[in-house]
Design a protein. Sequence first.
Length: 227
Amino acid sequence: MLTIDIITVVPDLLEGPFSHSIMKRAQDKGLLTVRTHNLRKWAINKHAQVDDYPFGGGAGMVLMCEPLANAIEELQLNNTYDAIIYMTPDGKTFDQPMANQLSMLQNLLIICGHYKGIDQRIRDQYITMEISIGDYVLSGGELAAAVVVDAIGRLIPGVLSDETSALTDSFQDNLLAPPVYTRPADFRGMKVPEILLQGDPKKVEDWRFEQSVERTKTRRPDLFKED
Ligand code: 6GU
């Protein structure tokens, strides 16, 4: 059972991604709980202020210490977090091994920045892990958090109907997934590889492995160089 709390100024952005398909099933089965918390609940005044101008000048607003500290501390009264994660383009690049590790934890708190980010003192004081989802800039951490939660959620045992299917994902063994086909066996003259129709599981397995290696060589040779 994994519980994920998410602090955000735009909770609406996180409504859709977890309400469908596999993420919905994970929650319905009681294997995953995702709770979003609007940072404005901890705003410092009646204007619902949570951000302010950066000291030293410059463009963009910074999420203030006080609302974030109060939000984190209030949530900590009822939860002991295994990790407090800040979503930021200068974090560690998210990958499948990180997803695997996070999926084994019980309680996660994810902080989504917006505008120019959050006050550095919150990062120094509370954050235990900083995650980026790639080398490009999003306008906030919410979509990145949705990516991370999806990648983690589907790895929780019992979430995928065929429990072995996460094992055959791309990246799970540093190989890309092989091509897949379904009916019809002949679509406008384009045929499904014969070996998949013959019903010899060993041959199918060998073929899929070869295809995976071939795909990885041509598309992602860098994956062979890792570890
Ligand atoms: Cl985690 N946040 C933002 N704002 N941009 C990103 C990102 C995160 N990861 C890649 N780009």
